[in-house]
Design a protein around this ligand. Structure first.
Ligand code: SF4
Length: 66
């Protein structure tokens, strides 16, 4: 199953992913960077959309069979 990987080093905390897909992404209160709302979220079209619109390109997906 694919997993969502957020590169928090690159994340600027712009909040675009949270706007597009608040079920899956939120900004960490302490870090101000994107994090997952739940441990194992379903990867919906909105998640791929958020990844596509992330200005830092820091939302990635693990390979399918890992
Ligand atoms: S869209 Fe990208 S840069 Fe912006 S908060 Fe989300 S992960 Fe971070």
């Amino acid at each position: 199953m694919r997993e969502i990987i957020i590169d928090t080093y690159l994340c600027s905390g712009c909040g675009t992913c949270v706007e597009l897909c608040p079920e899956v992404f939120r900004l960490g209160e302490m870090t101000g960077k994107a994090e997952l709302v739940t441990v194992d979220p379903q990867i919906t079209g909105a998640v791929y959309e958020a990844a596509a619109y992330c200005p830092e390109k820091c939302i990635e997906f693990s390979p399918p069979d890992s």
